[in-house]
Design a protein around this ligand. Sequence first.
Ligand SMILES: Nc1ncnc2c1ncn2[C@@H]1O[C@H](COP(=O)(O)OP(=O)(O)O)[C@@H](O)[C@H]1O
Ligand code: SF4
Ligand SMILES: [Mg+2]
Length: 364
Amino acid sequence: MAETTEPILEVRGLVKHYPLASGILFKKQVGAVKAVDGVDFELARGETLGIVGESGCGKSTVAKMLVNLEKPTAGEIRYKGEDITRLSGRALKAVRRNIQMVFQDPYTSLNPRMTVGDIIQEAYDIHPEVAPKGDRRGRVQHLLDVVGLNPEYINRYPHQFSGGQRQRIGIARGLALRPEIIVADEPVSALDVSVQAQVINLMSRLQDEFDLSYVFIAHDLSIVRHISDRVGVMYLGRIVETGRDAEIYDHPTHPYTQALLSAVPVPDPEAREHRERIILAGDVPSPTNIPSGCRFRTRCWKARERCALEVPALAVPAEFRDVSGPAAHDSACHFAETLPMWRSAPGKVVPPETEGEGNGSGPG
Ligand SMILES: Nc1ncnc2c1ncn2[C@@H]1O[C@H](COP(=O)(O)OP(=O)(O)O)[C@@H](O)[C@H]1O
Ligand code: SF4
Ligand SMILES: [Mg+2]
């Protein structure tokens, strides 16, 4: 679990704008796709930060910048205090080894012409210092075992495995260099629901075993619930609400999070009764043309004049600043509030009469 020491990763003002050009001979920049437009977060050692948002909100772009597959337009990515966006050469290589990625689609992210052994072992060609040549096959077999695959499958090809098994191979590849941080970009989204939980459980176990910190990306809040210590909700290139697991799931104050959560099935029938599905109006605006003020305002049922004029900061809203309850967490909304359906809902599976008994948290 998270310690209150210096974060292992600290992201400040992270921006990625892809220029839009027009003209055939003389290209002229006419705008930009603002894929990521000012993202801040911290990751503590051993912690899992869930990043959630609809398709197109910039999650993969954030992930790619964290592992240096994309260069930020602006902002800092501090790994143990050092801004890695400014590193190059050997220093960059050393850092990259410690931050590895697990990709979304296990069907396309594994080279079909390579054996599983070669896929996992490839990392040692770039970082030979991690494993001496004679030692590599043994290491790969051990990794297969660690992710729950038969080490004897080392010479098989990706198509000989199921989707879940392929994602285990992707995870083994991510672990090969013994990184400290794994950025998992929708690692279970392409898998059957029945397999998703197995892969998430595997990742949880590996986190303890290898002392890993995770940035775990998903488009659905229900997927990250069981693995995240904290969650950041993204909308159009920015994090609009962030907090500890219980703060986000049981006391969301941003209308966008509330809408996303209202669509998540609730197992407890009593809690379910209090919930109403919030249907958002309209579509997500284009990232080339982000609304003024609050970027969520074109779909927000609470939007007022102030929302078009003033950008809401991602901070504890004024009305919650003096209360030390779970509603007091960062939310980028001028009119942040908890909704009755969450205020009265018991949250999780604790019925109201017994809430606070034995779980040490007390009624909110
Ligand atoms: N290389 C690129 N060039 C231009 N636009 C891009 C590029 N990569 C992503 N985008 C755009 O940036 C936005 C965010 O994309 P992405 O980070 O993949 O979102 P997500 O992973 O949340 O679905 C989308 O509108 C996408 O079309
Ligand atoms: S600032 Fe305004 S538009 Fe934005 S989420 Fe809050 S109420 Fe809605
Ligand atoms: Mg993506």
